[in-house]
Design a protein around this ligand. Structure first.
Ligand code: SAM
Length: 293
């Protein structure tokens, strides 16, 4: 009997979206926080979805994980302490820990099952990062952590799901204000902010909430194939406006000194990532005008 291939239809948009052939389901379970599925696909390798939304795939994870870590770390230039909120698959902490000058990384993940199942089924994402002595892993709501911690960080990376379910708490004014409290002087907050073309109102929401808190709020982009609909927007927030405009020669020196190879990130891509298309600039201007009215 010919087996009809099974597909996972992404549910991020009711009217449109991508589908993945599931040749083998490795894990499918309601963790109590979200529905976690990890399956195999002939094109993208192993894929993770949370509540029907694609989170990461073996084939293209490097784009997002390299851009959400090396851009703030190399723009800052003197990072020793990093906070990662979310990041359960381990890709972000893997990339952060490649920087030898980094002394402490705290990762705060709400759902232990995502870490455990990623270690088991997506081992190349963390690639041993969870065993690095510099890493401290906490299981709790990231919004609660930043409201309570007395620790301070040079870079905070929010590698969360979209603003639905447990992720919603990580897109609020209060969360951003608490992140600001937890940053050392001149520190940087970066957050995953969805695919700008499809989720432009979420870009505007973040800009509206971050601009009153940080002297320099904005976005940079990365092209992640399985975050469908165009460039992924990564929100950038800091009180040190010079960090965003570092010359490429400076970034190049720092990257060479870091001494590791990447597959997407380059100093030229870093600098170019902050160049936003006109429709995005217009959408941010709309927020500015409304705030000034
Ligand atoms: N790269 C993906 C993206 O851009 O959508 C995100 C991947 S990572 C798997 C997202 C993680 O955020 C998940 O492990 C999820 O459990 C975690 N998460 C969601 N809400 C959270 C919260 N309030 N506190 C801490 N972690 C949270």
């Amino acid at each position: 009997m010919s087996s009809v291939p099974e597909f996972l239809n992404e549910t991020l948009y009711a009217e449109w979206g991508q589908r993945f052939q599931q040749t083998k389901t490795l894990f499918s379970f309601d963790t109590g926080f979200q529905k976690l599925v990890i399956f195999e696909n002939p094109l993208f390798g192993r894929v993770m979805a949370l509540d029907g939304v694609i989170q990461t795939t073996e084939k293209d994870e490097f784009v997002y994980h390299e851009m959400l870590t090396h851009v703030p770390i190399l723009a800052h230039g003197k990072v020793t302490d990093v906070l990662v909120i979310g990041g359960g698959d381990g890709g972000i902490v893997r990339e952060v820990l490649r920087h030898k000058n980094i002394k402490h990384v705290t990762m705060v993940e709400i759902d232990p099952a995502v870490v455990e199942m990623s270690k088991k089924h997506l081992p190349n994402h963390s690639a041993g990062a969870f065993e690095d002595p510099r890493l401290k892993l906490e299981y709790m709501d990231g919004a609660k952590f930043v409201a309570e911690t007395e620790k301070r960080y040079d870079v905070i990376i929010t590698d969360s799901t979209d603003p639905i379910g447990p992720g919603e708490a990580l897109f609020t004014h209060d969360y951003y204000a608490q992140c600001k409290r937890c940053l050392k002087d001149g520190g940087v907050l970066v957050t995953q902010n969805g695919v700008g073309f499809m989720q432009l109102s979420e870009t505007q929401d973040t800009y509206r909430r971050q601009s009153p808190i940080f002297k320099d709020a904005g976005f940079y982009v990365a092209a992640v194939p399985t975050y469908v609909g165009g460039n992924m927007h990564l929100a950038w927030a800091t009180d040190n406006a010079t960090l965003r405009t570092q010359p490429v020669e400076e970034i190049r020196q720092r990257f060479q000194a870091a001494g590791f190879k990447t597959r997407y990130y380059t100093p030229e891509v870093h600098v170019a990532a902050f160049a936003l298309p006109q429709y995005v600039l217009d959408a941010l201007k709309e927020v500015e005008l409304a705030a000034a009215a």
